[in-house]
Write a protein that binds this ligand. Sequence first.
Ligand code: ADP
Length: 609
Amino acid sequence: MSQALNSPPTLSEQYRGYPERLASQAQESKNRLYSNKTAPESVPRKRGVRLPPDTTQDGFDRAISALQQQIGQQNVVLNDKPLIDGWYLDHPNTHDAFHVVDQEDLVSSAVAYPESTTEVQTIVKWANKYSIPLWPISMGRNLGYGGGAPRVPGSVVVDLGKRMNKILNIDPDNASCVVEPGVSYFELYEEIQRRKLPLWIDCPDLGGGSVLGNAIDRGVGYTPMGDHFANHCGMEIVLPNGELLRTGMGAMPGKYGADNPTWQSFQPAYGPYSDGMFSQSNFGIVCQMGVWLMRETGHQSYLFTFPRDEDFPEIVEAIRPLAQNRILGNIPQLRHVVQELNVTGLPKSHWYSGTGPIPRDVVRKHARNLPTGECSWVFYGTQYGDLAGIESQLEIIKTAFFKIKGTKFFLPSDLPPDHYLHSRAKVCAGIPVLRELDWLNWKPNAAHLFFSPITPTKGADAKVVHDINIRLHEKYGIDLFPTLCVAGREMHYITNIVYDRSSDDEKRRSAALMRELIAAAANEGYGEYRTHILFADQVARTYSWGDNALMRFNETIKDALDPNGILAPGRNGIWPKKYRGKGWELLGDETERAIGGGTIEPKKTMSRL
Ligand code: ADP
């Protein structure tokens, strides 16, 4: 499809934009993706504004105009225009850009844009009064997990990022900052550069997301401070009844009304450590967060290739002691060689013209012509510190990995400038990039779901999950793209399930694959660390030990904090009392059945909520 493409926004133009240094890359990336697009940019909507459950048009109109009066007409916008999936840097906050079910299904009724914590409180009190569910997002760029879409159609999305996008403080001595939800990795990085501070941020594979949003969704990055939630320190939260809470040392008032001076220095403070309850939950809206930064240091990225598919458990066994001894500098990634093909940004059709998953021997044939040569697994690592330290660490790592026959080692200088390792080297030094977008060119209109189970860092466990993935991807005829983020005791085994948004058949197979993967992994005792909103109920139910003790605990807290059930119902499978047992949970094949025209509605007609 040939289209004249608008330039995506720059950071100076819009808080969701990209830095000038990435201008040509952003434009090229967008052009490449659109050149592969066959679906129209938007289609006429089948329905009007999707109302919140159990709300009449009249009641909704009155509620919306009341909110408009309180925070400004222009700051409460109805979701009544054509839905546009857009592209990573012009993503929508009206629906899930990577829709699995019908594009019009998981939609909001309206979007509210608060300017301050006080306005967030106003919105929450309004939602309680009118019994309208809210769905807070920071920036809505967690594509693959639901993006900006609410789990309950017709919720009012609270887009915090648009107007609450300030870096409130950077403390170079404490190596920390305080951010609002709309501060992206790009923005934080550029500001640190502008101030010439000797500090690093930690960013995920793509730099456009919210620093705060990613941390509370427990996302990961790749410097030694890659566990984002573990490196946050203190939050300001609006509770579902509109009250305000500061966690950590922030709970102690500072002198003369100032913020507590230790708020970004010590995480737990006194008493139960409450911060965790506000990550992957629907217990509060986080309006500010302290984030620790890293001191600038030397670094060296590198990669190893391993020749055989069967080397996989042995590689994991070799990584474990290196990680436990903290020889490995960060959370390295182990990727299957098929990922070397897709990070080139070339479409699948470039490599393979057949239907079905790309065969292993075709991958092998093409890998032979890539700079890293024929191999099966590729390990991307980075070491930190001074030169002597890095060299001695690399010697230990080489000794361990070279025990696996046929292993090869590469530095960035061994590889051409467009090799993915150069982009990894940036991410591993806390420089946010866009390169990871390239594998979305794999197929037309591509979107993805992540299947993300956790296993112990043990070859035998890793093999069980890997074998499940191989078997089920084959069953559903979908390419398997494994990327493993390996720490000393656990690994995030992440597969990207890439599907064509214009094909209901592909969507249905992808959803069915997800559902079966979750169930098969749980059968073996492996659970996901994060999932798309459509699979949240199923994943939550796999954590069922002790007659669902954990969910009953979460529900008790939910009902105490949110008796009217207004805040993000269904997030992470936690439903407030007024929705529970009324058919909202998606535990069977409802998602597959809803694809191509069905709706994610409660199964039974709701009586009175
Ligand atoms: P990103 O940071 O990648 O742009 P989002 O803003 O979409 O991601 O955040 C991911 C998810 O975390 C959202 O869908 C929402 O459920 C939740 N979330 C994000 N920001 C907040 C917040 N400030 N308070 C409460 N929940 C939030």
